[in-house]
Design a protein around this ligand. Structure first.
Ligand code: ZN
Length: 499
């Protein structure tokens, strides 16, 4: 059996290496590559994707799995080997079910869809994007038809981002959130007030922002031996392995969002960095799902990065760097302004309360699109109606409404819910870890982040992708996902009594 296991690990190790190379090419494209390199890079990434796909669907992999599965059934089901074989089988079955011509069509439609979306956005009109979206929907249905054993078409799409999660579980969870959040937003938010209460009006020099961001990062646990920070248009976390973590951020001269965006990406990076070394160079060496990944980014961005203990520590240092803009603003005013609830048009700029309404809106529309219950021509109107119902906001045009996100342009559906799942789980995990770290607030205020990092590593990160998302969450918090802790946190923080 050993020879077969060694052969399996070697094969998976090579796939993992190729994926790391693809990740580095993507990182390079966003940070270093001269713009005209895009065509060459497209060819390189395309070839690499085909090589990876061929290895992932290699019949040799199926033979190794067939030989190893009876052996794995006799092992401890929680052992690394048994789990490796379980996930490799699952990944293999998913990969071989999608015919090559469909995969190629999806790739082509992605490029065409993004092109049509950019045109539609420039024209501020949904119509030029409609045909591309209709084609994506048709391709999604053909993709769904490749799989059996799912109760609902949307479950297949969800499974790519949050393995095992079903719409039957998600619907009541999101309905609960929607019913609680609409009145919470109405009570805590003020659509007539300018964003940030005026605290962030001023000039924030990009180089000074970079220094401030690094100051924060080095305090929370950014070690230059294993981490890099670079500027990009859209922040992301990527890298070449557990000791090669690359995060990016974006500096806008008129605000300090770069600080929160960087904390967010730090959370993603730390998850990947703290996966157990034994799992490295294999399919288990990554975060288990987008939802749990987002629980980590949101935790660092919001539960740490928008907390009073954190700013007690960092605000004086920030004020020093931006004396002109922040000199006259005291800690309380700053804290209030970075936590202000204010309904707004654009998801990626939304505060931590209203953000979820943007997601719930998209989740509901995706179900209607996939279910054929909304004519695509009516999509902008449906979008705008919900923005009014949920956030009391009037959408002025398609660019600030239905066309704002990149996800649908590439045919991606089922992705949005993971953002809100992350928010919800972040507070469940936070409540649990505070039981073990009763002095967390004092530690944060002293700039001691090692206890928090180590707790997360020990209870969540080290597992990587060894268990299912559901099992992983249960290992951390002792049960399934639930909304109560999150809603309690929002109500407490924003001074809204429970209904
Ligand atoms: Zn994220």
């Amino acid at each position: 059996m050993n020879a077969q296991l060694t052969a399996l690990r070697r094969h998976l190790g090579e796939i993992s290496d190729l994926q790391s190379i693809a990740g580095l090419l993507f990182w390079d494209q966003q940070t270093m590559m001269p713009p005209a390199g895009a065509l060459n890079r497209g060819d390189s990434l395309g070839t690499l994707a085909r090589v990876i796909h061929a290895r992932e669907t290699d019949p040799m992999l199926a033979r190794l799995l067939d030989a190893l599965e009876p052996w794995a059934a006799e092992q401890d089901p929680d052992s690394d080997d048994a789990r490796l074989i379980f996930w490799t089988r699952r990944d293999f079955e998913k990969a071989v079910r999608v015919p090559e011509d469909l995969a190629a069509e999806m790739t082509k439609a992605k490029a065409l869809g993004q092109h049509a979306w950019l045109e539609a956005r420039a024209a501020n009109d949904f119509k030029p994007f409609r045909a591309a979206l209709a084609h994506h929907v048709e391709l999604r249905h053909r993709y769904v038809a490749c799989f059996t054993g799912f109760d609902h078409p949307y479950d297949v799409l969800l499974d790519d981002f949050e393995p095992g999660l079903t719409i039957a579980e998600l619907r009541p969870l999101f309905a609960e959130l929607r019913d609680a959040l609409v009145p919470l937003v109405a009570a805590a938010g003020n659509p007539d007030q300018p964003r940030n209460d005026g605290a962030f009006q001023g000039e924030f020099d990009a180089e000074a922002q970079r220094v401030a961001v690094l100051d924060v990062l080095e305090a929370v646990g950014f070690d230059p031996d294993s981490w890099r920070l670079d500027p990009t248009l859209h922040p992301f976390a990527s890298g070449g392995g557990i000791d090669d973590i690359r995060i990016t951020t974006h500096y806008e001269p008129g605000d300090l969002d770069s600080l929160f965006a960087t904390m967010h990406e730090y959370g993603h990076g730390l998850y990947e960095h703290q996966v157990a070394a034994e799992l490295d160079r294999g399919p288990l060496a990554s975060g288990v799902s987008l939802g749990l990944h987002e629980s980590q980014s949101r935790m660092w961005e919001n539960l740490v990065g928008r907390s009073l203990p954190f700013w007690r520590m960092f605000y004086p240092r920030l004020q020093e760097k931006f004396a002109g803009a922040l000199g006259g603003i005291d800690l309380d005013a700053f804290y209030r302004s970075v936590n202000q609830v204010q309904p707004s048009l654009i998801r990626i700029h939304a505060d931590e309360v209203t953000y979820n309404m943007h997601i719930i809106l998209r989740f509901e529309l995706e179900q209607e699109i996939i279910g054929g219950r909304v004519a695509l021509a009516d999509l902008p109107e449906e979008w705008n109606r919900r923005m009014w119902d949920y956030l009391g906001i009037e959408v002025p045009d398609d660019a600030h409404g239905v066309l704002q996100d990149v996800h649908w342009s590439g045919g991606s559906m089922g992705y949005f819910p993971t953002y809100t799942l992350g928010n919800v789980m972040s507070v469940q995990i936070w409540e649990r870890l505070r039981e073990d770290l009763p002095e967390l607030d004092e530690q944060v205020e002293r700039g001691e982040f090692a206890p928090l990092r180590e707790w997360l590593g020990e209870h969540l990160h080290r597992h990587g992708r060894k268990y299912t998302p559901e099992e992983t969450l249960a290992k951390v918090v002792g049960g399934p996902i639930e909304t109560a802790p999150y809603l309690r946190y929002l109500r407490d923080k924003h001074g809204v009594p429970a209904a």
